[in-house]
Write a new protein. Structure first.
Length: 119
């Protein structure tokens, strides 16, 4: 059974940083792409970043390019999202999700972690 658990969310001031973590179980990152998504109140869930199962292709939404970095630790079966220079519009619940092979429609989702950017 594919399971994902996010952590690392919290309250941060504008311009601050957070690192989100996603631990995977029931599968290996060698087989699955992991994407980060976010959903703000009243908005649809949107893709933020994704890393393919091979690790050689990474995608970012235009709104986070240059500020967010996705990475992974195969040995720990974990994926991270380093978020720098956070803005109030980054406030959302952040989810990690798994897709077999390439980035696409996820097969499994985590429960989400809240990120709030506010002064």
């Amino acid at each position: 059974q594919l399971q994902l658990v996010e952590s690392g969310g919290g309250l941060v001031q504008p311009g601050g940083s957070l690192r989100l973590s996603c631990v995977a179980s029931g599968f290996t990152l060698d087989d699955y792409a992991i994407g980060w998504f976010r959903q703000a109140p009243g908005m649809q869930r949107a893709g933020v970043s994704c890393i393919t199962s091979s690790g050689d292709t990474i995608y970012y939404a235009d709104s986070v390019k240059g500020r967010f970095t996705i990475s992974r630790d195969i040995a720990k079966n974990m994926v991270y999202l380093q978020m720098n220079n956070l803005r109030p519009e980054d406030t959302a619940v952040y989810y990690c999700a798994a897709t077999y092979g390439a980035c696409g429609l996820p097969r499994a989702w985590g429960q989400g972690t809240q990120v709030t950017v506010s002064s």
